[in-house]
Write a protein that binds this ligand. Structure first.
Ligand code: COA
Length: 326
């Protein structure tokens, strides 16, 4: 019998303040336009964290919702993994802070740094630990406050990002359901550090000095994204003996609508089977996939037995995909 990590519940949190593309020009003094941003990215608005809101406070809110939906109490959680590039502090980890906030005291709690691929990486590690028997009930969280690390004087990047958090509860299960294998089927993680410079944080809490702000060569990232995401999704399907026609939902990292639509087309999926939140959330980095999952589940779109593809690319470069049957 196969032990699998079953998705038992998911949740999300978005800060109250919404900043539209028009607000960026009007209130923030950025020389941009709604049409420039929408045409190139599909982004129409983003949420921005309030003073005092942090990666851990937002992550804990998302975790509480996921736990409530899963019917799981803090005492049952024995693993907390947080994917974030914007931790409250270098240590204690954001995961340890969230562990305390949800009333969990058992097992490990640690952060993962894989930028926008962070949630897929965290899912991969949690899945491996559950399969190995070293955890039975894991919280996997992506939470970000990019509004604090973008350079608000660089219009080429600051308009692209937003704040938010998403969480998933994974429980060890038998992995058999009415419609075949359930849970995380496999995860496929990649990195190529030779491309570190095209998307990185200059200094900050790191040891290299500098202002701690995000830098990106947008065209280069775009070029890598399309090729690498298509390849890793095919790798994930092939590893499970599945094809494009088996995919029910694509839940991609939400960076750019053009990349998302290209991936939907590649899989032969109609637009309504591709979950899109980038228009409302912008790019929330490691939080974008669990937020999109919570959004889709909250709208009653995803039903038991549906095959979901998650895919993401981000700074590192890192990229990866996961297949899950809901
Ligand atoms: N508003 C108006 N004009 C802007 C602008 C903004 N917010 N940002 C840049 N511009 C201008 C530039 O100054 C440039 O003007 P110029 O031609 O007079 O020099 C022009 O628009 C084109 O800039 P460029 O950077 O070449 O645009 P682009 O077509 O490559 O689009 C991105 C930029 C970022 C939207 C695009 O490269 C992209 O989506 N890349 C992928 C990024 C991504 O997904 N990152 C996250 C991965 S996790």
């Amino acid at each position: 019998m196969t032990t699998r990590a079953i998705i038992a519940g998911c949740g999300g949190y978005l800060p109250e303040r919404v900043v539209t593309n028009a607000d960026l020009g009007r209130e923030c003094g950025i020389e941009t336009s709604d049409s420039w941003i929408v045409e190139r990215t599909g982004i129409r608005q983003r949420h921005i964290a309030a003073v005092g809101e942090t990666a851990s406070s937002m992550g804990a809110a998302a975790a509480h919702q996921a736990m409530e939906r899963a019917g799981i109490g803090g005492g049952e959680i024995d693993l907390v993994i947080v994917a974030t590039a914007t931790p409250d502090s270098a240590f204690p980890s954001t995961a340890a802070r969230i562990q305390a906030a949800i009333g969990a005291t058992r097992g490990a709690a640690f952060d993962i740094a894989a930028a926008c691929t962070g949630f897929v990486y965290a899912l991969g590690v949690a899945d491996a630990m559950i399969r190995a028997g070293s955890a039975r009930c894991a919280l996997v969280i992506g939470t970000e406050t990019y509004s604090r690390i973008v350079d608000w004087t660089d219009r080429g990047t600051c308009v692209l990002f937003g704040d938010g958090a998403g969480a998933v509860v994974l429980t060890a299960g038998e992995g058999r359901g009415d419609s075949g294998d359930r849970g995380i089927l496999s995860t496929h993680l990649h990195a190529d550090g030779r491309h570190a410079d095209i998307l990185h944080i200059e200094g900050g809490a790191g040891s290299t000095g500098g202002p701690g702000l995000l830098r990106m060569a947008g065209k280069e990232v775009f070029r890598h994204a399309v090729a690498k995401l298509a390849a890793v999704v095919d790798e994930a399907l092939a590893a499970n003996g599945l094809g494009h026609a088996d995919v029910r939902w694509l839940i991609p990292h939400q960076a750019n609508l053009r990349i998302i639509e290209a991936m939907g087309k590649k899989l032969g999926l109609p637009a309504e089977r591709v979950v899109v939140t980038v228009d409302r959330h912008a790019n929330t980095s490691a939080a974008s996939i669990p937020l999109a999952l919570a959004d889709a589940v909250g709208r009653g779109l995803i039903t038991k037995g549906d095959l979901i593809v998650f895919e993401a690319i981000g700074g590192g470069l890192t990229w990866g995909a996961a297949l899950a049957r809901f």
